[in-house]
Design a protein around this ligand. Sequence first.
Ligand SMILES: *Cc1c(COP(=O)(O)O)cnc(C)c1O
Length: 388
Amino acid sequence: MPRSWRTKLIHPDVELPEGYRSLVPPVYRGSTTVFPSSAKLRDDWRQHEVGWVYGLYGTPTALELAGRVAELEGGFRTFLVPGGQSALALINLALLREGEHVLIPDSIYSPHRQLADDLLRRFGVTCEYYPPTIGAGIEALVRDQTRLVWCESPGSITMEVQDVPAIAEVAHRVGAKVAMDNTYSAGVYFDAFAHGVDVVTQALTKYIGGHSDLLLGSVTVRDAADYERIGSTLQTLGMAVSPDDCSLALRGMQTLGVRLAALEASTLQVAQWLAGREEIATVLHPALPSCPGHEIWRRDFTGSTSVFSVEFRPEIRRSRVRSFVDALELFPIGWSWGGVTSLAVPVNPPRTAGEGRRAGALVRFNVGLEDPADLIADLEVGLRAIRA
Ligand SMILES: *Cc1c(COP(=O)(O)O)cnc(C)c1O
């Protein structure tokens, strides 16, 4: 019997030529994936092992991006999640349970500190903060219950470069995992797995996306055991990513090499200019000797990126520093970084954090792809607002 046009809308007989090949991975949208027979029906997140199951575990667009991030970072497999912060949540929830102890550097990305203090503590995890430059001295802080040690290097805002191999050596001796937020390095300027890290995360929102138009996070594991633990937690949490965002990230990734090279050069030029200004007490850029851990950066990193902070001289009041930021025209005020636009934010850190120990007001910069001479001219005008 011929079928109604209404049925044809859902089950068309359209045929296309085979063999289409594009240079770019297509955007596969979809919740439901169809199975060849009822015998093949299953619900298992391990799509690399069992084949395509459900959109929640990633369409081919998401798994293409995940595969490329894993390849870039030199890991076993990568999970994608809706943002950098959800990646941090996933790792903590997958690797910790009640009664266990986690060590977190004082200079951690501050929403990560909130996650530990508000959520992990509520679930009975003991969260302890350590000075980011502790190195092998972390030996004094590890306990029998320590199951996870976090690193973030350079740290958020205060930019301390950590001795990750020394910390990992101690952590592994007591059977703890080492997780690292490697967003600063875009997963390339610091080879986390080669320096002893077990689980690496990045806010793909920053350099992989690269254009401030998407939010995504990645979690890359070194081995199959962590792949199992994190994958099963991810399945139950149900964090899905948009194939359209993954497609944008795939596009961003293609220009990562040229963007990072341009950003590194411009950022160094701006940071060095600021270092010569009398208003500035310290430039916290890992490639400058004034940054805590600069020697470790030289030992372990192969490049620097676009984000850094400056500490103003302590006698310059915070309200004057805010006037400086407000006077800038080429540095809009906003969170996040790693895109093509320069940004500035005055930061008022919690007193317990590493940055709280600095006497002067702090401003964090992201340098974009503008001409650095124009950026420097703008900063010069802005600095006049301090004296005005
Ligand atoms: C931005 C950032 C995150 C969070 O990423 P979102 O995608 O904005 O959630 C995590 N860690 C670091 C170091 C970051 O800078």
